[in-house]
Design a protein around this ligand. Structure first.
Ligand SMILES: [Zn+2]
Length: 110
């Protein structure tokens, strides 16, 4: 059986969506690095000369921001999920966790 990322699974989709909305309101931008859906740079709200690295690794969703040391989610990761089309309102998906399986499926179809 594949290891499951319990931490990410406990973040409700509504929370991810709320964080992505906040990121958009604050004008954060997400850039795909080298055209790879697994590597992103997301601009910082507090320091417009900085960006954070968001990485998707085997279904884990990682961010280099300081908040990620303490929280299971952040605006940067949420914005990447939105860019991948994973936060669209879709009743069929509401009951299912975002990662790892759905993220991997999105990467494969992107
Ligand atoms: Zn972050």
């Amino acid at each position: 059986m594949k290891p499951v990322n319990v931490i990410e699974m406990t973040v409700p989709n509504a929370t991810w969506r709320r964080m992505a909305d906040k990121a958009t309101r604050e004008g954060l931008r997400a850039y795909r690095l080298n055209g790879d859906n697994r590597s992103w740079a997301v601009t910082s709200h507090s320091d417009d000369a900085s960006a954070y690295e968001v990485t998707i690794l085997d279904g884990d969703l990682l961010c280099s921001c300081r908040g990620s040391e303490f929280h299971r989610y952040c605006k940067h990761r949420a914005l990447v999920l939105a860019c991948l089309g994973l936060l669209a309102e879709d009743a069929r998906h509401e009951r299912y966790p975002l990662v790892p399986d759905r993220v991997i499926a999105a990467l494969e179809s992107a």
